[in-house]
Design a binder for this molecule. Structure first.
Ligand SMILES: NC(=O)c1ccc[n+]([C@@H]2O[C@H](COP(=O)([O-])OP(=O)(O)OC[C@H]3O[C@@H](n4cnc5c(N)ncnc54)[C@H](O)[C@@H]3O)[C@@H](O)[C@H]2O)c1
Length: 345
């Protein structure tokens, strides 16, 4: 099977997503004639393989969310300067979402914006983080609070790079894939891996093309994410380190959103059962972790930067998914308590 191609349509900023084992061999052809140097942002645990003519500077950043910081950003940019990277040159984000978020932000502000190519090396990066131009770093007050929109020139999803990815990181990507099952991706797991990535990337591309800066429809990509972000934040607070991975948190968030929709009369029991079946089919847990505390989760959800008016969720309903604002905190609290006790989820 050859390289699959999905296009993100954004007029003069349109770009391809190339998918498949060996897709990285397309990279030289994507580098414009004016590019004389290439800075590659990556991490030590990621096997780097690049076969290009231009001089390359490899910038290795730490593992984990700590890399998405002003400190690392400043170092990355200093290394661009030392290398003599000009406005006409290229930055490559070669890694998971941490790397592409950081490299993308650095590329967006260096010389007021240089060209970026993303090479996602995690499943989550291939189906989500590397596509769509959102870049970000974290600050003490919260995750992803500083960032920009900077679309890449291309996204290369070479699925052979996933061979070295630890199983728990594959599972993390599957949490986002479970979300796509409610955004039009049917029977994903029956497809070969490259086709799974292609279907998810095409859905993301469609949302990005129709709403680049998330003024409307793109917000539906946050299905399952209101509770997920709060769980991740609470997990960090309780454990002092990451207690729950993003994809697993999204899976639990999907089930919670379905329970909320059921209690609001938007869906029936069978639709909740479908949510449970999908999440389990991806090998993900659907239970609220024992350490989850409803009161602090509600507080964290109130502070969610996506919350427009009170507690905001993407919820399923007769007409499909929709953003629903000002949900009663009392209802959320009782649903969280019910979910903690329910043996099904
Ligand atoms: N910009 C967006 O639209 C967007 C969307 C979703 C998530 N994100 C961000 O993505 C980040 C999470 O990304 P992630 O799940 O990819 O995690 P990650 O980037 O932390 O990568 C997970 C781990 O896998 C290692 N790794 C990556 N590729 C590997 C490979 N091929 N072989 C061996 N090890 C490899 C990394 O070094 C890291 O230790 C979060 O910061 C999140 O905020 C951004």
């Amino acid at each position: 099977m050859g390289i699959r191609r999905v296009q993100v349509e954004l007029e003069e900023r349109s770009y391809p997503i190339l998918i498949g084992g060996g897709a990285l061999s397309e990279l030289p052809g994507l580098i414009g004639p004016k590019v004389s140097k290439v800075a590659v942002v990556t991490q030590a645990s990621i096997p780097l393989s690049l076969d290009i003519h231009q001089p390359v500077k490899v910038i290795t950043v730490p593992d984990g969310e700590v890399a998405k910081s002003f400190v690392t950003l400043e170092r990355v940019i200093s290394e661009f300067v030392e290398f003599g990277l000009s406005r006409a040159d290229l930055v490559i984000g070669f890694g998971g979402g941490v790397v592409t978020d950081l490299a993308g932000f650095a590329a967006s502000i260096y010389h007021r914006g240089v060209t970026l190519v993303n090479v996602p090396t995690t499943l989550l990066g291939m189906v989500d983080a590397a596509i769509g131009g959102k870049t970000a770093i974290n600050i003490r007050e919260g995750k992803n609070l500083v960032g920009s929109f900077h679309q890449p020139r291309a996204v290369i999803c070479d699925t052979s790079l996933l061979e070295t990815l630890p199983p728990e990181e594959i599972l993390c990507g599957r949490g986002e894939m479970a979300k796509y099952a409610f955004l039009g991706a049917d029977n994903l797991l029956q497809l070969p891996l490259d086709a799974q990535v292609e279907v998810c990337a095409a859905i993301k591309a469609q949302f990005v093309s129709s709403d680049e800066t998330e003024g409307g429809g793109r917000a539906l990509l946050n299905y399952g994410h209101t509770l997920a972000h709060a769980l991740e934040a609470q997990g960090d607070l309780v454990g002092g380190e990451q207690r729950i991975k993003h994809g697993q948190a999204v899976a639990i968030g999907l089930i919670f959103a379905a329970r909320l929709a059921l209690s609001l009369g938007r869906i029936d029991e069978s639709r909740l059962d479908e949510h449970l079946a999908v999440v389990r089919s991806f090998g993900l847990d659907s239970k609220l972790p024992g350490w989850a505390d409803p009161d602090s989760l509600i507080e964290l959800m109130r502070r969610d930067k996506k919350a427009i008016d009170g507690l905001t969720f993407v919820l399923d309903g007769q007409g499909g998914l929709e953003v629903v604002q000002s949900i009663d905190p009392g209802l959320i609290r009782s649903e969280l308590e019910l979910m903690a006790r329910d043996k099904r989820s």
